[in-house]
Design a protein around this ligand. Structure first.
Ligand code: FE2
Ligand code: FE2
Length: 269
């Protein structure tokens, strides 16, 4: 095993307190399994937390809880700023990221480097431009992000928070061979295309979410259906039915390359 060998568990959008409880309940066992399976190479945990506070945004208290549970990096997305109390926290904490290609005046930053047992992981949160509002183009901004990380990391993971499958697939191909992983989030529905691309980059269009599979991408299904049937504005609450954890496990034995990407889908309890 090379000095850059690592395992990365990436977990998709945590939805509400049920999603958080599901994550906190399953994480210790998952971490144990990864460490043992992987011959005790360092294991990083990256979690998208943009829906952790009641389905929209994240609070300092929730972010603290995730970090205390052993999460190395929290990524966000279009709901990053739903809770105002997180604005200051985003500036004060290195390992919580809002999309890198947002405007400079928007609170927070879009990349960080974390280290475990001498292995350095760079994480970049990036927003798509199709159907989502981001101040700068993802495909050119990511070059600036990789420039900032050059020479400072053994691995790079990109959380590409985007709506359109075309934009995500294109970024995977664009970065193949240059980063360890391009992982899609935002739609809350897992896709069946996880694979290591020919250049060695692990790719999946969307990992899904960690929360109630018994709703409509996190929302109570009755409310969502009523909205579609009546075309009237609805009050949306987080569903509490059938919680699952969804993510991917990446294994790597050399720098900036993945050996394998395995989908992780577990029901709570
Ligand atoms: Fe989300
Ligand atoms: Fe999102």
């Amino acid at each position: 095993m090379s000095e850059s060998a690592a395992n990365i568990l990436f977990i998709g959008d945590v939805v509400g307190s049920l999603g958080k409880r599901t994550l906190l309940g399953l994480l210790p066992g998952l971490r144990e399994r990864i460490l043992i399976d992987a011959g005790h190479a360092p294991a990083f945990v990256v979690v998208n937390g943009e829906n952790a506070a009641g389905g929209l945004g994240i609070t300092p208290k929730i972010a603290d809880e995730l970090f205390a549970a052993g999460v190395d990096v929290i990524t966000l997305g279009n709901h990053a700023y739903h809770r105002k109390e997180i604005f200051g926290y985003l500036g004060e904490h290195d390992a919580i990221l809002r999309p890198y290609n947002y405007l400079r005046n928007q609170p927070g930053h879009g990349l960080c480097v974390v280290q475990r047992d001498g292995v350095r992981l760079g994480v970049v949160n990036l927003s798509g431009n199709l159907f989502l509002r981001a101040g700068h183009p993802a495909f050119t901004s990511v070059e600036a992000a990789l420039g900032e990380l050059a020479g400072r990391v053994d691995h790079v993971l990109i959380d590409f928070h985007a709506e359109a499958t075309s934009e995500k697939v294109a970024l995977g191909w664009h970065l193949d061979g240059r980063v360890t992983a391009v992982i899609g989030t935002h739609t809350h529905v897992p896709t069946a295309d996880a694979r290591v691309l020919p250049g060695g980059t692990a790719y999946i269009t969307d990992v899904g979410m960690t929360g109630p599979r018994g709703g409509v991408i996190g929302v109570r299904k009755e409310q969502s259906i009523r909205g579609f049937v009546t075309h009237m504005s609805e009050r949306y609450e987080t569903s509490d039915e059938d919680p699952w954890l969804m993510g991917v496990l990446l294994r790597s034995s050399e720098a900036m390359k993945a050996d394998a990407i395995e989908q992780v889908m577990l029901p709570a309890g």
